[in-house]
Design a protein around this ligand. Structure first.
Ligand code: MSP
Length: 518
């Protein structure tokens, strides 16, 4: 089995700062990346920003800024939100305004041109600048609006370059048939197959006079590359296509592109066709997620319901973003639309993390301090059955199959069992009755369960896992652990635990909604 893993997110448009819908996607990719690192694989995790286009040009002009200055600011917001707020550990952040990316896009363009798959023709159509694509009249709402943005697409008449997408219909169908796992979840695959009935060539450039902010078409200064050849090629730029062949050869093809349902068509149809034309292998998997709504309503600037990760941090006075990560990944099955409400967030986080997990840690460590002088005593320890080999196998399969909510459920059942075990074994009675060996065994088994649970939870809640790890008395980082350590590296006898403050205070019931105070 290959020991590398390449995971990407979509690259985010820089016309507005990140919100919790974007966060959902990148958290999922981060969980996948962290899980594969835990398996000992060499992971490359790419994310970035998609910075060209008419929307950026217009918004920048409205704010009296140059497009470059404008995208610099927004791209920075994405980077700091992902890295510093959400603890997303990406390998590279690619920007479509980087010189490296210009070269990749122009090289890709030249390859498609040489293959005879790009040609020039005049075009009249309806363009949605929200989707950055032409719309077919049949896809519009009865009022003639774009179904994604509920805005009227603009009529456009231009000489453009076209990509011969229609020539790839049969090859695409053959590919989907030969690779049934290419599009996940499965129901998304059928959506794509249905779209192939009306496969037309696509416009891949715009006249520079109508859109100035883009990568110039090689050998034609009047045109800019627009927009999917530019955007999709980021997945090649990120791992050094044409520049660092060792990295590229190692990581391509991509193992999983994590994308939202709205951009499935571009990834399942345009992207494979482009790669086929360029003679490059196709990605293994497109992992398609649903949309996060807020109180059952689509997140939208015009509705004023946009929530950023920073808003949530402030609203609940969080010290780290693990509650957000945990809630996002576990409250809905991957692939389905999810819904955010303050109450559901608070209830889920309090039940699973503050009460179930936090209490287990706190009461166990307090007893170790009280009864064992804060030392891990393995005297008389027996094999800990709180998490069986079967549980571990199940959790692994769920993580591998992108069923994070189910992985978390099996983990939380382990936490539950450990809590019940403590309750039923009554260490306080064992202490009172002087049954020292038995007492030490119960506490050891519980500490050992906590050690295992902290590793299992690491992809989802890396900060909390590290905190549990430190309280168990470890000095090295928990990220150095590998999956095999869950069973093979039990807590060493004699280790001193380090009781700290509770890893997660209960979220306050008074804080329900922006603006309310404790
Ligand atoms: N720039 C293009 C993607 C190019 S990929 C080669 C784009 N950008 S986007 O900023 O509009 O969206 C980026 C990702 O965020 C997409 O996968 C999109 O589905 C996702 N989401 C945007 N809003 C979302 C929610 N409300 N919920 C979940 N994901 C959402 O499309």
């Amino acid at each position: 089995m290959s020991n590398k893993y390449y995971v990407t997110t979509a690259i985010y448009y820089t016309n507005a700062p990140p919100h919790i819908g974007h966060a959902y996607e990148i958290i999922a990719a981060d969980v996948i990346a962290r899980f594969h690192r835990l398996l000992g694989e060499d992971v490359f995790f790419l994310t970035g920003t998609d910075e060209h286009g008419i929307k950026v040009e217009k918004t920048a002009a409205k704010q009296g800024k140059s497009p470059q200055a404008f995208v610099d600011e927004i791209s920075e917001r994405f980077q700091t939100t992902w890295r510093d707020v959400l603890n997303v550990d990406y390998s590279r952040f690619v920007r479509t305004t980087e010189p490296d990316h210009y070269q990749v896009v122009q090289a890709m363009w030249n390859m498609l041109m040489e293959k005879g798959d790009i040609y020039k023709s005049s075009y009249t159509g309806l363009y949605c600048s929200g989707c950055e694509t032409f719309c077919l009249p049949k896809d519009l709402t009865p009022e003639g609006l774009c179904p994604n943005h509920l805005t009227a697409p603009e009529p456009v008449e231009e000489e453009n370059y076209f990509f011969r997408l229609s020539a790839y219909k049969t090859k695409l169908i053959d590919y989907y048939e030969a690779h049934p796992d290419f599009i996940q979840p499965l129901f998304r695959r059928n959506e794509v197959i249905n779209q192939l009935d009306t496969l037309e060539d696509i416009s891949v450039s715009r006249a520079k006079r109508s859109v100035g902010w883009g990568i110039p078409v090689p050998q034609d200064p009047d045109q800019v590359v627009y927009v999917w050849i530019d955007a999709l090629s980021n997945y090649l730029t990120g791992i050094g296509w044409g520049k660092d062949s060792a990295v590229f050869e190692k990581f391509w093809p991509c193992d999983v592109h994590v994308i939202g349902k709205d951009i499935l068509r571009f990834h399942a149809i345009y992207w494979p066709a482009m790669l086929m034309a360029a003679g490059l292998p196709l990605p293994e998997t497109l992992l398609v997620h649903g949309f996060i709504n807020v109180a059952e309503t689509k997140i939208s600037k015009s509705l004023g319901n946009v929530i950023s990760p920073q808003d949530l941090m402030a609203r609940f006075e969080l010290e780290n973003a693990d509650p957000i990560r945990y809630y996002m990944m576990t409250s809905t099955g991957f692939g389905q639309d999810g819904n955010y409400t303050d109450d559901e967030f608070k209830n889920k986080v309090n039940a699973d993390l503050a009460n179930n997990l936090g209490n287990l840690l706190n009461r166990t460590l307090n007893m170790v301090i009280k009864y064992c002088d804060g030392e891990v005593l393995a005297v008389g320890a027996e094999k800990n059955n709180l998490l069986s080999g079967e549980d571990l196998a199940q959790i692994q399969t769920h993580y591998e199959g992108f069923r994070f909510n189910e992985a978390a459920q099996v983990i939380m059942e382990g936490v539950d069992r450990a809590n019940k075990y403590v309750h039923a074994s009554e260490p306080w009675t064992l202490h009172k009755e002087g049954k020292t060996t038995e007492l030490e065994r119960v506490l050891y088994n519980t500490l050992e369960a906590l050690r295992q649970l902290s590793i299992l939870l690491m992809p989802l809640v890396p900060t909390l896992s590290q905190q549990i790890w430190e309280q168990l008395g470890y000095t090295q980082r928990i990220t150095q652990m590998r999956w095999a350590d869950i069973l093979d590296s039990p807590l060493p006898a004699g280790q001193k635990i380090q009781l700290g403050s509770p890893i997660l205070p209960r979220l306050d019931s008074e804080i329900v909604g922006a603006g309310k105070k404790r």
